[in-house]
Each structure stands twice: as C-alpha cells, then as structure tokens.
Design a protein around this ligand. Structure first.
Ligand SMILES: [Zn+2]
Length: 328
C-alpha cells in the first residue's frame, strides 16, 4: 500500500488502502514527458493523503503530476480529485456523466438520496429496518469525496488522449457507472480498465432508484463487447485485484457468469417473487452491512434484464411491492 511499482514501460502501479471488504484500489501513474498523468485518485481519507504526499516526495523521479484522469464517480476513484486538483493546480479530466453524478450523489439530489434508496428497495420487498441496520445512510458518499472538483475537462468515448509519446483511446462503458471511461493504448498493448474488467470479482452492476426501470446489466454486457477485439495478450490494469492478460477469455467468463445467474432466477420465478426474497438465490451469505445495498441493486439488475427481455413479468402485489414471475 502506498508504494509504486513499474508494471509496464512508463506505467507505475500505485495501490491505496480502502476501509471496506474490498480493501484496496489500484491507481496508475503514466509517464507524460516531463510530467506524470495520474489515473484515478483514491478515497478522500487522511491515510490516502499522507501516502500520496510520501509518493510525491519519494517516487516521482523529479517529475510532477501534470494531469489527473478519473474513470468514474465512485469515491475510491474520484475521492481525492478535488484535493489533488487544488494541490497541483489542475482541472481533472473525466466524462460529463461522471462529473455531474458525483455532485448529485454528494448532495443527495437527483434521485441519489437515502430516502429514495430505502423506498425503492422497500418496493422490491426489503424491510427498511434491514437497510438502516446495514448502515446505509446519507453522507457516506460525501465523506469519501469532499471536496469535489468544481470544474472538469470533458472526455468522450473515442477520444484519443496523448500521454507522453503514446495515444490512449477512451472507451466508455455503461452499467457500472453512468459514463465510465477506460483507457487503451493500442501500441503498447495496455488497457486501464477501471472497474469495467476485473480479474476475479465481477463488476457491480446495480439498478438504483434514479432509474428504477433501467437495464444496466444489458448495458454492461453490451459495453464489455467494446473490449472484445483487444488482443489476448493486452495487459489489463484493473482498479481492483492484479494486472492480468486474456481479455477475450475474461469477457466470456463474465458473460457465462451472468447467464448462469439469469437462468437460475428465471427458473425460481415460477411463482411471484420479490427481489428481497430472491437474495439467497444469488448470494450465499446474509448481508448485514452496506453490501446489502449492492446485493439488492445487483439482484434487481438481473430481474430487470429478464423483464426487459420478456422472460419475466413485473407485477404489483396487493401490498404494492413489485414481484417478478415467468412470462410464459
Ligand atoms: Zn466503481
């Protein structure tokens, strides 16, 4: 944690701690002429700030960080973007969807507040007390990101960003975050995948109350196809876990993983079931912390996908809760 290691020519791997079950995030420093370009920032905690200060003093070979690129708005990625921008006097680069969503989530507006989450999951059959007990509340997001940057430089899908002598293509993906940016250097064969391709765990894909009828799983499965023409020996630098190769095989694994879950859910929905009731079908353990929120979001993502695909119907029970049942 808090050290750098060269993982490809001119690319340093920085691992920073997270106080969650997922206990680390990987960040990347890419040699950029007389500077470094930093991809993702780490959570806004005093621990991470102190580790950054040590890295700046020790590991940058006399070159300063001249640019910060943020893959998406989740606090472990964007968290210190405001602090770094102020410290380094720069404007961070990110997509517009991520910039605006970060600000909405920070202020609990635009459908991101706890009351909405509670009501939405209650509609899907979850006892609100369970969410309360799991510690899901307003302010959790804000604590990990303050202060957010007030300005940004917009990047878009298909943009080419010159970093040093190389050109990195922006590959936008959906389903995990509104407009997630991955970066691909075709010449060097390196992909900074963010959270869109992870080596062991599958990316969290959740329905949130802001878009209750959305199909983020469909969006995610379509998005990972944008990586399917990458060479098998492309070096993937993911935000969690270890760098890996074998993009096509990993995409196939992820598709098989979701197909299996969808099939399982379609099978058990031979009678009307709520998302909360179905949790044990996909998850072996009982969630008593904030991960309950991600489990519910992910469960609804699979159910909504089956609903949009015509496999399931969504009906309102006598108490108003949404239930899913096989269409045929
Ligand atoms: Zn994320």
């Amino acid at each position: 944690m808090g050290t750098t290691q060269e993982v490809a020519p001119g690319v340093l791997w920085v691992r920073m701690p997270l106080p969650f079950a997922l206990d680390h995030i990987n960040l990347w420093l890419v040699a950029d002429g007389p500077h470094w370009t930093l991809v993702d920032c780490g959570l806004a905690t005093n621990t991470t700030r102190a580790l950054w200060d040590a890295i700046f003093a020790r590991d940058l070979a006399g070159r300063s960080v001249g640019r910060v690129i943020v893959t998406h708005y989740h606090p472990d990625h964007i968290g210190l973007a405001g602090w770094l921008s102020a410290k380094l006097d720069l404007v961070p680069w990110m997509t517009k969807g991520e910039f605006l969503t970060a600000h909405a989530a920070c202020h609990n507006v635009g459908g991101t507040g706890y009351a909405r989450v509670r009501d939405f999951f209650a509609r899907h059959g979850l006892d609100p007390a369970r969410l309360e007990a799991a510690g899901v509340k307003d302010g959790n997001y804000r604590r990990g990101v303050e202060p957010l940057p007030e300005t940004f430089r917009r990047i878009r899908h298909g943009d080419h960003i010159a970093i040093g002598d190389d050109s990195w293509r922006v590959i936008v993906g959906y389903g995990h975050a509104p407009e997630h940016a991955a970066l691909y250097d075709e010449c060097a064969g390196v992909l900074i995948s963010g959270d869109m391709l992870l080596p062991r765990i599958s990316t969290n894909v959740s329905v949130w109350p802001v878009e209750p009828d959305g199909d983020p799983l469909g969006d995610f499965l379509e998005s990972i196809d944008r990586f399917s023409d990458l060479d098998a020996d492309t070096l993937v630098l993911p935000s969690h876990g270890r760098p890996f190769r074998g993009v096509p095989a990993r995409i196939s694994e992820l598709k098989a993983h979701h197909a299996e879950r969808l099939e399982k859910l379609a099978r058990v929905c031979d009678r009307e079931r709520t998302a909360a009731e179905l949790l044990p079908t996909l998850f072996r353990r009982e969630f008593t912390d904030y991960q309950l929120m991600f489990a519910m979001g992910e469960m609804i993502a699979h159910l909504n996908h089956l609903w949009h695909g015509g496999v399931l119907r969504r009906v309102a029970g006598p108490d108003g809760t949404w239930r899913f049942v096989r269409a045929a």
